[in-house]
Design a protein around this ligand. Structure first.
Ligand code: SAH
Length: 282
């Protein structure tokens, strides 16, 4: 039985057909292949061209049919990342060649993934496009470190924010308002500007002792996390040597990690790989 038939047996329905000249924007989840959805696997199993970025695990890419072409669009080894215009140009080119195109993105394509830009460009060009959601790092990545996004009696909302532009010229976020909201903040792309974000939140009156945590490379075998306070998180991250990709959580939800961030509570991610697995990174 091939992969697609196996999936259809699990789904109890036919997988949607990725037609020639169509592009699907597919969420690959935070890292571990176990966090792909069945629809994502079905999409990848039909790809003739896979356009992917650096956050996608090689075992996930290996789910594509033999002979599928891989177009790598990301940054590696400090080289500048692919320009968004080049990515869109590649998607249009591959679609116009009549290929079945999967654009694989880390996490969820519609959460800080520029999926909307790509979907709009495809729509404008008249190219059919479907969104296949994925588990986003700001929720599944926290869960992998024992941090719930919401907890009864602790929070009634959660803010997903990017720290990418914090305190810079393009920063449109009102950090003081976020501090006043009194609800947990989950930051994506926050490592570079973490000191600025923390300073802004402290200035706005968020108590220095507010629990804070950072989770790097969540769900991969390299996952590492630190738990500290708002006042201590920058130093804790530095001392532990945590680097991107990482999510940062600030708020009472972090307290659960002390009891829950243990191997017995984690998702299956990080379990040993199969012996003889040929798809490991060298
Ligand atoms: N679309 C993605 C986010 C892309 S922006 C999603 O929904 O998850 C890139 C940011 O995502 C990184 O800077 C980091 O903050 C976060 N991220 C992605 N993968 C991660 C992982 N495995 N562990 C921790 N953070 C991750």
């Amino acid at each position: 039985m091939n992969r697609l038939m196996m999936l259809e047996a699990l789904l109890g329905r036919r997988a949607p057909v990725l037609a020639p000249g169509h592009v699907w924007l597919v969420g690959a989840g935070p890292g571990d292949p176990g966090q792909l959805t069945l629809d994502a696997v079905a999409a990848i199993a039909q790809a003739e061209t896979l356009v992917h970025d650096e956050l996608v695990d090689s075992r996930i890419l290996a789910l594509a049919p033999d002979g599928a072409e891989r177009v790598y669009m990301g940054k590696r080894g400090g080289r500048p990342s692919a320009r968004q215009a080049d990515i869109i140009a590649a998607l249009l080119r591959e679609a116009r060649l009549g290929r079945r195109v999967v654009r694989l993105k880390g996490g969820d394509p519609f959460v800080f993934g520029r999926g909307a830009e790509e979907a709009l460009a495809l729509a404008e060009a008249g190219i059919p496009c479907r969104i296949v959601p994925g588990l986003t790092a700001g929720l599944a990545g926290l869960a992998a470190a024992g941090i719930p996004a919401t907890q009864r009696g602790v929070n009634q909302a959660v803010v997903l924010a990017t720290g990418h532009a914090a305190a810079g010229a393009e920063d449109a976020l009102d950090w003081a308002a976020m501090a006043r909201l009194g609800q947990p903040i989950v930051l994506y792309m926050a490592m570079r500007r973490l000191p600025e974000v923390v300073a802004a939140l402290l200035r706005a009156g968020l108590p220095p002792g507010t629990p804070a945590a950072a989770v790097a490379e969540a769900t991969t075998p390299r996952q590492r996390s630190v738990v500290s306070t708002l006042a201590g998180i920058v130093q804790a991250v530095r001392q532990a040597g945590l680097a991107a990709p990482a999510v940062v959580a600030i708020g009472g939800i972090v307290d659960a990690a002390a009891a829950l961030n243990r191997p017995a509570h984690r998702p299956m991610a990080g379990a040993p790989t199969l012996p003889g697995d040929s798809h490991q990174e060298p």
